[in-house]
Design a protein around this ligand. Structure first.
Ligand code: GDP
Ligand code: GDP
Length: 436
């Protein structure tokens, strides 16, 4: 399930975006009828030899009004924090520069594997130009040509080799991955600290792990959890937080690695446009979601306040109608203990399998209660349904004509499935397919 990430780093004009585009190929952004944001082009999916991964072009992350060296330093640091394998690009036509050495020194200090590519080696004769790059101390340099598409295979082979080690680590880790996402200052870090109290264990302190430094192991009621804090980088300096592109990327990464996403809202301020965008990301990725309204201690309340806020949440997050809502306070620790049973519940929903026989009984009953739609005299016929996947639960319905499955009817069937089985907190996907 875990999708590794490759980050592309290097100084400007060495060919990072050219290589990035080569690696991801001609992929188009997936258009869905949900309110999430379209993926930024600096973060995209790629694959090689049965491996699927994400690629980050750190060159696309810029901070305004910062000196050049600060920019490339930040990009290298983001690469170290956000990726599993770093692909450092240099320019074979210019040779090793001071800036290359500067970036290489930052990368050397990290434990992350680095693959070194020397770009703009457009023909065979130029291959001798790569040897001087050994002085970067990052292992064997690979000659590539982004514009001609040469040499990338060897580079990706090398990257994939590192994924294999990761995969083994991942298989051993069966904990439930939980991320806290939300705008700055909604209380993500405070919540993590309130939950962990004195028990805080930093996973990255364990020698040899390649995990993000911000992951924290936590155990509750006999179940193991990994908490992913999306606010981690801020401690190193305000500057990163200010970068909108980076916070979106960071939220994206955290969501992808999660089983359960806690969407944190500031109860004092209510729901803003940015909250909806962030929540949309979790929904689009098909993760289990709990909406957590924090700072509830600071809200002046009467007996209707909670209901009113809940109505507002439902109204603003219509696409998250399956997500339960928790009202908590990181400061008073009120109701924090309700979170873990809820996380377990939505995680179970997310991985739930239903038997085909039961599923088809529900479908038959649903159709008899509310007949399938017709179009120009033709009626939708559902022959059979089966669950083809979990996380999120995904169902395929075999039908006579997929065009006849209207959105409203699919919605009706989804509600019927939700009434029959407990899918609290998880989206479910229903796909219709023509039976041959
Ligand atoms: P970035 O700033 O590192 O993202 O670099 P770009 O991908 O924008 O490329 C910078 C320039 O180098 C562009 O003009 C590219 O066309 C050129 N370029 C990229 N790859 C190659 C290559 O393999 N060979 C040559 N000759 N030029 C390249
Ligand atoms: P983050 O940026 O989402 O990680 O937010 P922080 O955890 O840094 O919290 C931002 C501010 O909100 C801090 O000043 C916290 O003390 C405050 N805060 C966090 N949780 C609560 C809460 O439950 N109640 C109140 N009243 N303040 C809170």
């Amino acid at each position: 399930m875990y999708k590794p990430t490759i980050a592309v780093v290097g100084r400007p004009n060495v060919g990072k975006s050219t290589l990035f585009n080569r690696i991801i190929g001609e992929r188009k952004a997936i258009v869905e009828d949900s309110p999430g944001v379209t993926r930024d082009r600096l973060y995209a999916a790629g694959d090689w030899l049965n491996y699927e991964f994400n690629v980050i072009d750190t060159g696309g992350i810029e901070i305004k009004d910062e000196p050049f060296q600060e920019q490339i330093k930040m990009q290298a640091e983001i690469a170290i924090l956000e990726s599993d394998v770093i692909l450092m690009i240099t320019n074979g036509r210019e040779g090793v520069t001071e800036d290359d050495l500067f970036v290489a020194r930052i990368l050397q200090k990290s434990k992350k594997p680095v693959v070194l590519a020397v770009n703009k080696i457009d023909n065979f004769e130029m291959r001798n130009d790569i040897y001087e790059f050994y002085q970067l101390g990052l292992g064997d340099p690979y000659p590539v040509s982004g514009s001609h598409g040469l040499g990338l295979g060897d580079v990706l082979d090398e990257a994939v080799n590192h994924f294999k080690t990761l995969e083994m680590e991942e298989e051993m880790d069966t904990s439930i991955k939980v991320s806290l996402i939300g705008r700055p200052n909604v209380g993500k870090s405070s919540l993590i600290n309130a939950i962990l109290g004195e028990d805080r264990v930093i996973v990255s302190d364990i020698a040899g792990t390649t995990r993000d430094a911000i992951d924290t192991a936590y155990s509750y009621d006999g179940e193991e959890y990994t908490l992913i804090d999306t606010a981690g980088m801020r401690k190193k300096g305000k500057v990163y937080e200010a970068t909108e592109k980076y916070s979106v990327l960071r939220a994206n990464r955290a969501i992808e690695r999660s089983d359960v996403v806690l969407m944190i809202i500031n109860g004092e301020e209510g729901i803003l446009e940015q909250d909806k965008r962030i929540a949309g990301l979790a929904h689009d990725e098909g993760r289990a979601v709990i909406i957590v309204v924090n700072k509830w201690d600071a809200v002046e309340k009467d007996d209707k306040t909670m209901k009113k806020f809940e109505d507002r949440v439902r109204n603003e997050f219509q696409f998250l109608d399956y997500a339960p809502i928790a009202f908590v306070s990181a400061i008073t620790k009120s109701r924090l203990t309700t979170l873990f049973p809820m996380i377990r519940l939505v995680n179970d929903s997310h991985k739930k399998r239903v038997q085909s026989s039961t599923l088809n009984e529900v479908l038959v009953d649903s159709v008899s209660m509310n007949p399938t739609p017709t179009d120009k005299g033709r009626r939708l016929n559902i022959f059979y349904g089966t669950q083809v996947g979990v996380a999120p639960p995904t169902f395929v319905l075999f039908v006579n004509d997929v065009e006849l499955m209207h959105f409203s009817y699919r919605r009706y069937l989804e509600n019927q499935l939700r009434n029959a089985f407990d899918f609290t907190g998880t989206p479910i996907h229903i796909v219709s397919r023509k039976r041959n």
